[in-house]
Design a protein around this ligand. Structure first.
Ligand SMILES: C[S@@+](CC[C@H](N)C(=O)[O-])C[C@H]1O[C@@H](n2cnc3c(N)ncnc32)[C@H](O)[C@@H]1O
Length: 405
């Protein structure tokens, strides 16, 4: 965490970001860009601000409890929260202009009580704790604790431009310190607080920011040069670009989504990455899928999901989401699996993936699909748990189409 307190102005910036997220309901990344744009903050200070903001959001209920405020009062009471955060981390208090004090005896008593409540200690809302316990049983407490930890920064070497070793050397010259990630051959962990997106290596497409767990998902697609591959829920293309690199620019890679603006982002990223075999297509109706029936060697379905595996990176979702969303998402996942699997040709491979750690979105969906579709056979699956690797949590399953129907 921090070794010295935030400045008064940085503390106020944290409060502004938190207010946007918790009062106005804005996603964290948008609140950051809104509050940071036009300011010339040094990268190290920016990193300290995002470290504190992220940590507060990961354990918001705990910090609010310790200083006896409601999250909805953040605009008025944010200075008290910031003071409490510094006390919790045994730092001197920040020098804010108008700051509400924290009663230290009261704080100490609440801290002792909080230590006896593991879900509160891990910053877990009650609804999520109930789902996690029901879905993961005895594995849940370790996952819950891991989701309260700060995420690491990972990048993927773009093999269309450079090997991981070449990228590492290039970044060292740009004063970015990295380590190779064991078990994920394309991944580097970034160890310095560098402004990654300002490096020449980024501008020239040598790497993409991508969690190491996400890199494992795209690696499982195992696309080969010359294949026909469909990434049917491509979004802004995190995994598409990785697949393009596997294909060495040869063959046809179709990136699809229901949101055009995401595909537009993808196109710009593909240009930077030198991924020339990527074509984008909006899914306007079920006809878009039907036309591709039995054509693809690989189909990746990185379906919309609860995102409960990536909460350490997107902690704001914990305070915006509700348990009612889960069954709606599961229905959509089931429909996408059933309908989009038609694009896989005989002998081709379907990869189903989520950034969730909940079996109902993962293995249970796959089992139900296989029971209803005997023309697909199960190859293997992998549960990337947050507590095991320190990566974000993901799930992937691979299935082969063995006959037309
Ligand atoms: C988990 S995200 C994909 C992330 C992306 N693959 C990546 O690696 O960056 C799921 C995507 O599915 C898209 N989506 C939602 N409903 C869909 C549908 N019915 N068909 C296809 N894509 C859909 C969303 O717009 C979103 O971009």
């Amino acid at each position: 965490m921090l070794t010295f307190p935030l400045s008064g102005s940085s503390s106020e910036l944290v409060i502004d970001v938190l207010t946007m997220v918790l009062t106005d309901g804005k996603p964290l990344d948008r609140a950051y860009s809104h509050n940071f744009s036009g300011r010339q903050l040094p990268p190290a200070e920016l990193a300290r601000i995002t470290t504190v903001t992220g940590d507060i959001l990961r354990r918001l209920n705990l910090y609010c409890e310790l200083v006896d405020i409601q999250a909805s009062d953040i605009e008025r009471m944010g200075s008290k929260l910031l003071n409490g955060w510094h006390l919790f981390h045994e730092l001197d208090l920040p020098k804010m202009e108008y700051a509400l004090p924290v009663d230290q005896d009261d704080f100490a008593q609440k801290l002792a009580e909080a230590k006896t409540k593991p879900a509160l200690w891990d910053g877990c809302p009650e609804w999520l704790d109930d789902i996690g316990a029901a879905q993961l049983g005895e594995k849940w407490p370790a996952e819950r604790a891991a989701l309260a930890m700060p995420p690491k920064r990972y990048i993927r070497a773009n093999s269309l431009k450079a090997s991981r070793e070449e990228l590492k050397q290039r970044l060292t010259k740009e004063l970015v310190a990295t380590n190779e990630v064991e078990g994920v051959e394309s991944a580097l962990e970034v160890r310095s607080d560098s402004a990654l997106f300002k490096t020449a290596a980024f501008k020239e497409g040598f790497f993409e920011q991508q969690d190491a767990g996400s890199q494992l998902v795209a690696a499982a697609v195992d696309a080969k040069p010359g294949m026909r591959v469909v990434d049917a829920c491509a979004g802004a293309g995190g995994k598409t670009l990785h697949i393009a690199a596997q294909m060495q620019g040869k063959g046809r890679l179709l990136a699809m989504d229901v949101e055009q603006w995401k595909l537009d982002n993808l196109k710009a990223r593909a240009r930077r990455a030198g991924a020339h075999n990527v074509e984008t297509r909006i899914i306007a109706s079920s006809k878009t899928i039907k036309r591709l029936k039995l054509t693809a060697d690989r189909v990746l379905l990185d379906v919309p999901c609860s995102g409960l595996g990536v909460l350490k990176r997107n902690p704001d979702a914990k305070w915006r989401d509700t348990p009612e969303r889960l069954p709606i998402l599961m229905e959509l996942q089931k429909d996408i699996l059933q309908s989009y699997s038609r694009m896989v040709k005989v002998g081709g491979i379907l990869v189903y993936a989520t950034c969730s750690i909940m079996p109902d979105e993962n293995r249970n969906q796959v089992d139900a699909f296989l029971a209803a579709n005997p023309h697909f056979s199960f190859i293997d699956d992998e549960e990337i748990l947050v507590s095991e690797h320190g990566f974000d949590g993901f799930y992937l399953a691979r299935m082969e189409r063995v006959s037309e129907a």
